[in-house]
Design a protein around this ligand. Structure first.
Ligand code: PMP
Length: 379
């Protein structure tokens, strides 16, 4: 059997290939994963265990349990996002499913979808699987990887139908202020685009408040927002996320979801409901700990002379490595046993950089930074 053409067009993940190298040894410190090192808050896990003990193992409503959608609706208000739990919220198997659904439900074959780069690795394949045409929009270290109107214009994004946004950003850790988003929103309105805004790192914003582009004038009706429990609540394996958007968009996404997934996993829905109800303190504790590590990592890069902008969100630093990032990362792994991800894996603008995740305990982080310093000094 031969894969379909649109599948053949998408190469295997560059991150995977790199990690297969790392798995061959057991002395590696990995700063490569995009996954919290914490466990999920205990009360959320207890709620999942309780649900299992009560035999709650059925499907739920396609859109997700009612109480969970209400809790999500309440939670979103902290970002000034107001969505009706009945019609404007869809609970999914991770933000990943929500992103995939939005692309399949809203992008027509041949439609251009602008994807700022460097970018999280799933967007370009997602656009391709949906039959759309990815339009890369390079962002630069000079702009601290913030998306600008100039970058959108230079890439011809005005001819696209949609724009993907991801702030706080994976892989750069960049965030965008309300003013910066306002320029992007103006471009979006003028060119009649719609926006797929991945805000899964919203809770991991270290300087000031997270702003959603959907809260800017006339943007709510043209934006779908994605969030989930993987990052803020350290629940990656429970596979729970959601989309917030105008009724028409959510209905279209649910049309696919009800046939392809039926419902998000019920055990995870119980855990998520409890997480929203009682785990705010844990979220703040994890965020404060990431922030401590962030400041440590940034100051260490500064000391060893690797240029790194002051990334203020998610759990990534994105230093320049002064040369070929793939060679740097492979040699660093071989000689010092530290795994980081070469920036070029994330598309245009990522070359010459490294994605360094600080979702790793402080002891390992210290040792890893010492090894990177030794490596840099010996080069
Ligand atoms: N979006 C971004 C930007 C991510 O970094 C990730 C996880 N690596 C996801 C989405 C996927 O999240 P989930 O586990 O909710 O599917």
């Amino acid at each position: 059997m031969k894969p379909a053409d649109r599948v053949e067009r998408v190469p295997p993940s560059g991150i995977r290939r790199f990690f297969e190298l790392a798995e061959e040894r057991d002395d590696i410190i990995s700063l490569g994963v995009g996954e919290p090192d914490f466990s999920a808050p205990w009360s959320a896990l207890t709620a999942a265990i309780d649900a299992l003990e009560r035999g709650k193992t059925s499907y739920t409503a396609n859109r997700g349990r009612n109480d969970l959608r209400k809790a999500i609706s309440n939670h979103a208000r902290r970002y000034d996002l107001k969505y009706d739990p009945e019609t404007e919220i869809l609970v999914t198997a991770g933000a990943s499913e929500a992103i995939d659904l939005a692309m399949r439900a809203l992008v027509n074959p041949g439609d251009g979808v602008a994807v700022p780069q460097p970018s999280y690795i799933s967007y370009v394949p997602g656009v391709t699987f949906a039959g759309g045409e990815p339009v890369p929009v390079p962002t630069t270290a000079d702009d601290e990887f913030v998306l600008t109107r100039d970058a959108l214009e230079a890439a011809g994004a005005g001819d696209a139908e949609a724009l993907v946004l991801c702030y706080p950003n994976n892989p750069t850790g960049a965030t965008m202020s309300r003013d910066e988003l306002a320029d992007v929103a103006a471009f979006v309105r003028e060119n009649d685009l719609f926006v797929l805004s991945d805000e899964i790192y919203a809770a991991l914003t270290y300087d000031g408040e997270h702003t959603s582009i959907a809260t800017l004038p006339e943007m709510r009706e043209r934006t779908v927002v994605f969030n989930g429990f993987s990052k803020a609540y350290a629940m990656t394996g429970l596979r729970l996320g959601y989309a917030l958007g105008p009724e028409e968009a959510i209905n279209a996404m649910n049309r696919i979801h009800q046939y392809s997934m039926l419902s998000a996993p019920i055990t995870a829905q119980y855990a998520a409901l409890e997480a929203l109800r009682t785990c705010e303190d844990e979220v703040v504790e994890m965020r404060d700990e990431y922030n401590r590590r962030r400041r440590f990592v940034l100051s260490r890069f500064d000391e060893m002379g690797l240029d790194c902008f002051d990334a203020s969100g998610a759990f990534y630093a994105f230093p320049a490595c002064g040369g070929d990032d793939e060679a740097f990362a492979e040699t660093l792994l071989r000689e010092q046993g530290v795994a980081v991800v070469p920036g070029s894996v994330f598309g245009e603008g990522g070359e010459g950089h490294l994605r360094v995740s600080y979702a790793t305990g402080m002891a390992d982080l210290r040792e890893a930074m010492n090894r990177i310093e030794t490596f840099v000094r010996e080069r």
